[in-house]
Write a protein that binds this ligand. Structure first.
Ligand code: BES
Ligand code: MN
Ligand code: ZN
Length: 513
């Protein structure tokens, strides 16, 4: 889809013109006269200072328009005097407008029109949140990328949207051009990276296995500047003594991969901050010998969403040339069963020397992450953030719409919560208490990989990982088991498949670190 910016609000070329409309509650008028016209407090009057004269006149002409209230999401389609179609998108109360409302309404609007029109002009001035023009423009463009995404590479007949060209038209002064264009370009980069992540998450596990996934990333980073890649295989993981990671891979037909990426900004100095990102990359999670029941196993191709999320954030940071050094580590394998697969009750030795009793082979993400976060600590990053589809329990605790956050450092947790707010993504902090950590201690080994009971499953998973983080390093763990896919409540996310969420939060964090 082509998106261009125009400082000519009078667009004659396109078939469709999209305008916004707000409403406000009319002040109530009290009158003593019985027959006098009274206006109830609930009456909503339309407010639309950004309409063209042509639209205002056409709207006045339309009899049906008097029923239009411009509630949020309420649309009104009208043929203008010129013959072009105008679609009016209700945004409700102007004083309550947020960029998330715009993001959602633009996606809903796209869905309503993308099958009918070849090109459209969005008259953006009526959509901009006061004082946040660039951010709103970015949100609109991101939303268009996100909503127009389809994972259709395996379909013989692809549903191609008719809508291929969108003009963002504004009456603002041309002096704004640079800022607006920068906002659009940034959103293009974000949209592209979100697509890359969704494509990885949605790809089938017989196609995307640990070896092919690492190769795809090697291929993809060739397009990035100032980025280095190192890929560790089974022999290297053995050398690194990553006994936990290797135990998960033991029953696999494919070699494990630890993809280690670094981005060093062009003007890096000794003061440049260094952030480590770690992602869980389970290309499929059968549960291993602690086999998942069929229904729970379905969709476990998405168990690499953590790795796709951190990779996409890393990729965006490199494209945007952010002034921060980033090391990104993807722990990639599947969790499969064969005669070599790890049996429950096995005891393995982690990279940091701790012994771990594997009581449940389905608690595999923490085994991979434990060794990888430990490896990431070697480079002494200023902060380390891991992202993983770690526990079903996070869905029980927070619902499928919220990302769980755990941390050993409140400053880092607060920064991430702030970034989630900036990105309009749902994130909630949960605790790791000493009791959770104690519950991960075993009788016959230093640690066990599951808690003594099913309670607080997400916190105990996080508590386990913390045993492998060097204590002086600020660390945060993001459990995206819920938010990583199928976010049908958001108009810009697919109801089924990778959501591409949390990438925006991470990039916001990397921008502000
Ligand atoms: N990949 C799963 C977590 C998961 C479950 C993500 C459901 C999305 C939906 C993880 O590897 C897992 O199996 N976790 C177990 C942990 C348990 C054995 C302690 C779980 O959540 O049941
Ligand atoms: Mn599992
Ligand atoms: Zn898993």
């Amino acid at each position: 889809m082509k998106i261009n910016l125009s400082f000519e609000a009078k667009q004659s070329g396109t078939e469709l013109h999209i305008f916004s409309c707000f409403n406000k509650v009319q002040e109530s008028k009290t009158t003593k006269k019985l027959d006098a016209k009274t206006t109830k407090k609930t009456d909503k009057v339309l407010s639309h200072s950004h309409w063209s004269a042509e639209l205002a006149e056409s709207f006045e002409h339309s009899v049906a328009s008097k029923h239009y209230k411009a509630e949020c999401g309420e649309m009104f389609s009208i043929t203008m005097l010129s013959g072009a179609t105008a679609l009016i998108v209700g945004l409700g109360d102007k004083t309550k407008l947020t960029k998330e409302i715009v993001r959602r309404q633009i996606a809903t609007t796209y869905k309503a029109v993308s099958g009918k029109y070849e090109d459209a002009t969005i008259h953006i001035d009526g959509f901009l949140v006061k004082g946040h023009a660039e951010e709103t423009i970015s949100a609109m463009v991101e939303s268009l990328h996100m909503v127009s995404y389809a994972f259709d590479r395996h379909l013989a007949v692809k549903k191609k949207a008719k809508l291929q060209s969108i003009t963002l038209a504004t009456n603002e002064k041309k002096t704004q051009a640079k800022k607006f264009e920068a906002a659009i370009n940034e959103a293009h980069a974000m949209g592209e990276c979100i697509k890359v992540a969704r494509d990885f998450v949605n790809e089938a596990p017989n196609i995307l296995n640990s070896e092919t996934y690492a190769k795809e990333i090697e291929k993809d980073v060739k397009n990035l500047k100032h980025v280095k890649i190192k890929v560790l295989g089974k022999a290297e993981l053995k050398k690194e003594k990553m006994g936990m990671f290797l135990s998960v891979n033991a029953g696999s037909a494919f070699e494990p991969r630890l993809v280690h990426l670094t981005y060093t900004p062009p003007k890096a100095t000794a003061k440049t901050k260094h952030i480590a990102l770690v992602g869980k990359g389970l290309t499929f999670d059968t549960g291993g010998y602690s086999l998942k029941p069929g229904a729970s196993m379905m969709n476990m191709k998405f168990d690499m969403a953590g790795s796709a999320t951190v990779y996409a954030a890393f990729r965006a940071a490199a494209l945007l040339q952010l002034p921060v050094k980033i090391s990104c580590y993807l722990g990639i394998t599947d969790n499969a069963v064969n005669h070599l697969a790890t049996m429950p009750d096995s005891i393995v030795t982690a990279r940091n020397g701790k012994t771990v009793e594997i009581l449940n082979t389905d608690a595999e993400g923490r085994l991979v992450l434990g060794d990888v976060v430990n490896y990431a600590c070697d480079n002494k990053p200023d902060a380390l953030i891991d992202c993983a589809t770690l526990t079903g329990a996070v869905l029980v605790a927070l619902g499928s719409e919220v990302c769980g956050l755990f941390s050993n450092n409140q400053k880092l947790a607060d920064s991430l919560l702030k970034s989630a707010k900036n990105a309009d993504e749902y994130m909630w902090q949960l605790p790791i208490i000493d009791e959770h950590k104690n519950d991960m201690k075993a009788l016959v080994a230093d640690l066990k990989n599951i808690g003594s009971n099913g309670f607080g499953g997400s916190a105990k998973g996080a508590a386990f990982i913390e045993y492998f983080v060097e204590p002086e390093i600020a660390w945060a763990h993001l459990d995206i088991a819920g938010i990583g896919d199928s976010q049908g409540h958001l108009s810009y996310c697919p109801a089924k498949g990778g959501s591409g969420l949390i990438i925006r939060t991470l990039v916001d964090y990397l921008k502000n670190v």
